[in-house]
Design a protein around this ligand. Structure first.
Ligand code: CA
Length: 227
């Protein structure tokens, strides 16, 4: 059971996170201020898997709460979720011991991906390698291999490949891909998805290997045809 503590004083946002995370199978508790968060942390002990931390809290600043946690040797992954966008805020958050930092507004899928990444990093027992047929992708080293060859990828291509490999037989629409791999503010009329799928396809499909990334007309793409 993976349990997440949401520290957020805006009840609407907290409820939105709680609902979305519960739908992904996480057990969620919420705390509206730093005091409640410390109580929840003390109560959960080692049972807590991850903390989503808003910085603007009514009692103590979230950054101070984070420092207090780290000073007390708590090793739980903490993902800061905040409207504070400046580089100095991000640097301060990461230096204070945050595992990751995500700024509002963001796509919920991106938050989920960052949560998964933080949980993987915290649990060395979890496999870091995705594999589909003869294709493997190491989520930590960002190395893809197929047919005995390693494949050089750019960051956008990693993100795209990870999405395909997590949903290998599912048709992914351009809009779904755009929302997850790019920004949800990105112009949906752009052909950037097709361009990057093309790049990735050329890298994955060497002579003699079964072609991957099928175009499904009018619908999108999928990594491998359904068996
Ligand atoms: Ca707040």
């Amino acid at each position: 059971m993976t349990s997440i503590l949401v520290v957020e004083d805006d009840h609407r946002i907290a409820a939105f996170f709680a609902k979305g995370l519960a739908a992904e199978g996480y057990t969620v508790t919420t705390a509206g201020d730093a005091g409640a968060a410390l109580d929840a942390l003390a109560g959960a002990g080692d049972g807590l898997s991850l903390v989503l931390l808003d910085l603007g809290l009514p009692d103590v600043d979230g950054m101070a709460l984070l420092r207090e946690l780290r000073a007390a040797n708590a090793r739980v992954p903490v993902l800061i979720v905040t409207a504070r966008q400046s580089t100095s805020d991000k640097v301060a958050g990461l230096d204070a011991g945050a595992t990751d930092y995500i700024t509002k507004p963001f796509a919920f899928d991106e938050l989920l991906a960052r949560i998964r990444a933080a949980l993987r990093a915290a649990d060395p027992e979890t496999s870091n390698v995705l594999s589909v047929e003869d294709l493997t992708f190491d989520l930590v080293s960002k190395t893809a291999r197929r047919g005995g060859h390693s494949i050089e990828l750019t960051p956008r291509e990693w993100a795209l490949l990870e999405m395909f490999m997590r949903n290998p037989t599912q048709i992914l629409s351009r809009v779904q891909i755009l929302n997850r791999v790019w920004d949800y503010g990105f112009d949906p009329g752009s052909n950037i998805v097709d361009v990057y799928v093309g790049y990735l396809r050329r890298k994955l499909n060497r002579p003699g290997l079964t072609p991957m990334i099928q175009t499904v007309r009018g619908a999108g793409y999928r990594l491998v045809p359904r068996a």
